[in-house]
Structures are given as C-alpha cells and as structure tokens.
Design a protein around this ligand. Structure first.
Ligand code: ADP
Ligand code: MG
Length: 366
C-alpha cells in the first residue's frame, strides 16, 4: 500500500515561476526516499506540499490512501491532521526548555497522558542516545547533541512519515557522517517512511532506498541510487551522480556489424552493446565513461598525459589529457604517476553509456 502519492502536482509562485512541474511520485510504505537536485529545483517546495505547509497550484496528494489535497475537489487537510513529522533545515530547540521539555511539549499539546509522555520521552532519548542530557538546556549541548534532540522531538509522536529538509547541512563533516549512519539505523528501527531533501548526491546515494532526481521542477529519474548511478536516464542524471563525475566525450558513431565505432577527435573505440543495436547507425553521440572504468595500461591503448595524480591512500584520482580532451580516472590503491608523464589507457570492458547528443537521453545500450 503506497504511503504517499503525488499526482500531477504543480506549484507556481506568483505569476510566472513554476517551482514544481507536473510531478508524479509514489513513495512506498517504509521507503527512504531522497529528493535530490541542485539548489532551487523545487525540493523544499515538494516536501512542504506533502506536509501541508504549502498549497499546490494543481494536482492531488494522498497519504495512506487518504486524499489530503485536491485542487479539483477542494480538499486540503491541515498539517497537524496528516500524521507526518517535519524536521527543518534550521530546526530550533526552545532555549528556555530542557531537553525533556523540548520533547514532551508537543506530546502535551496532543493531550497524551502524563505517564505515556514520560515513558515515550525516555524511550526516544535512549534511541537517540541523549538520556544523559535529558535535564540540560540546549545551550549546554554541542551542535550534534542538539541535532539529536531535534530528531528525537520529531520522532516522539511516532509519525508514520518523517519529512526532513537538509537536516545535516549545519553540521561539520565528521558529525554529518555519524548522523547519516544514525538516520539509516533509525529508518530501520522505526519502520517509518522517510522523505529526505538534500542537494548532496553522496548523501542521497548512501542513505536512500530510492532517489528522486529533480531539475528545474521536473522529475528526471526515480529509482534506487545504484540504478541512478549505473543507468542514468540522461546526461543531467549522469553528471549529477558520482565524484569525480562521469567523463563525457562527444563522438560520431557508425555501425559496424553488431558494434558501433565511436570516433572522437583524437581516438576511436569500438562499442559492442549487450543489447541488439537499435540506434540509427550513424550520428552524433556522447560517450559516457565513469572514472573507475578508465584504466591505465602498460604499453597499449590510448596515449595520454598525466595532468594530476592525487593519491588518497585507498585510491588515486588521475586527470589525463589527450590533446584538448581531459578525462578523470580513479585507480584503486595509491599508485602515484609523475606529472606530465605519458601513459596509455583504455576503457574497461563495455562499461560505456551512449547518450544521444541531441536529446541527451541514455540510449540504453550498455
Ligand atoms: P530547493 O529546495 O530545491 O532549493 P525550493 O523548493 O526552495 O528549491 O524553490 C524552488 C523554486 O521556487 C525556486 O526558484 C525558488 O526561488 C522558488 N520559491 C520557493 N519558495 C518561494 C516563495 N515563497 N515565493 C516565491 N518563490 C519561491
Ligand atoms: Mg531547499
């Protein structure tokens, strides 16, 4: 049973600007879905419409098969009746209340009995590992501890759906990593549906069961993160996922038996897709190769010059130049190449993606 369903949702602000454009999205019960995309693409607006804090211009929203918004039917269920928890980017704890009070306050407003509140606050503080701070004030806590309290406060009423808007963006890198792991564990233990806004591809990649990648209010792809990485729908999706980013090489393709010969300015490669070729034999394409499939070889392959070599211990990131084409490569381990040295490289197997140069769409031949 789908928990959240957006049907043809559009949001216009003022006269012209369209923040969200005919969005259709089904978030299944227990999913961890990330809304991902560059700043201004409509992530926050989408989340706020699910919460009921923003009114869509058109469309319908269902939560647990209950219609909570419809412009046509004039339905608009208020935020407090939607049984969703919301964690803002700039969450604020009440400074004059203890941790206990910060968490219990909302439950009191919901008229929970006192014993039930007490048990729940203790339970959620245990889950979030903040029991020892229960009588402290926010000013007596570190940023990470405050973040935990904010999450505890949101989780306390046991929402079936937890909406989070870049909740980790104010934390330093180390804490952010710790909290990521914690959120993933929380998702598992609560069994709630998480909808998580982020502009950080690695955050979406590591946390989510599904990623909804948005560009300028338009859904580009909605699938598990590894599928987004491995089978991006178009150039935008391919470019957005991965660091270093995918190499894109403009080329011209001609059909050769069951393969395609791709000729770019300085070299050519033979592409033998797993699937029968359906592409129009000749045309302009963009060859996409992930850096981890660019392999430095002994004496064979394409000749390139090492522009930079950055070993980080576990891996080495290389920048290679073939005349005016620059490619990134990632090699496992610390293999240091001298700058300006000439090496040979190739592309591993047929781990290419071929994009249509015009439509930018993945031709799906890999
Ligand atoms: P994101 O969260 O992906 O960065 P937002 O959902 O905040 O993006 O914004 C999407 C677009 O809608 C942006 O162009 C933004 O300027 C616009 N927008 C958001 N909120 C408002 C508002 N209250 N009034 C006018 N325009 C808005
Ligand atoms: Mg935002």
């Amino acid at each position: 049973m789908p928990t959240i369903r957006l049907v043809d949702i559009t949001k216009k602000f003022g006269k012209g600007s369209i923040a969200v454009n005919h969005l259709n999205l089904e978030i299944k019960d227990g999913d961890f879905v990330s809304l991902l995309g560059p700043s201004g693409c409509g992530k926050t607006t989408t989340l706020r419409m699910i919460a009921g804090l923003e009114t869509p211009s058109e469309g319908e929203i269902y939560i647990d098969d209950q219609l909570v918004f419809s412009d046509a039917k004039g339905v608009n269920v208020s935020p407090d009746k939607r049984n969703v928890g919301f964690l803002f980017q700039n969450y604020a704890l009440w400074p004059h209340m203890t941790v206990y009070k910060n968490i219990s306050f909302g439950l009191e407003n919901m008229k929970w009995p006192k014993e039930k509140i007490d048990a729940r606050v203790k339970e959620i503080c245990q889950t979030m590992r903040i029991e020892e701070y229960i009588q402290r004030y926010p000013s007596e806590l570190s940023g990470g501890q405050q973040q935990r309290v904010a999450i505890a406060r949101t989780l306390a009423p046991n929402p079936r759906v937890l909406l989070m808007d870049e909740p980790l963006s104010n934390l330093d890198a180390k804490l952010r990593n710790d909290m990521r792991a914690e959120l993933k564990r929380l998702h598992m233990t609560t069994g709630a549906t998480f909808v998580y806004v982020t502009h950080d591809q690695s955050e979406a990649m590591t946390l989510s069961s599904k990623v909804c990648l948005i560009k300028e209010g338009v859904l580009q792809q909605y699938c598990p993160p590894l599928a987004l990485y491995g089978e991006p729908a178009n150039l935008f999706c391919a470019d957005f996922m991965g660091n270093p980013t995918m190499n894109f090489i403009p080329c011209h393709g001609i059909k050769k038996d069951q393969a395609v010969e791709l000729t770019c300015r300085h070299f050519s490669v033979l592409f033998t897709p797993n699937q029968p070729l359906t592409l129009p034999a000749e045309g302009d394409y963009v060859l996409g190769v992930r850096p981890e499939f660019v392999k430095v070889r002994g004496e064979e392959g394409i000749e390139g010059t090492v522009i930079s070599s950055l070993p980080s211990g576990m891996e080495t990131t290389l920048s290679l130049a073939v005349k005016d084409i620059t490619l990134s490569a990632v090699a496992f381990g610390s293999v240091d190449f001298a700058m300006d040295s000439v090496i040979h490289f190739g592309f591993e197997g047929d781990r290419y993606i071929l994009f249509d140069a015009q439509s930018t769409e993945n031709l799906g031949l890999g």
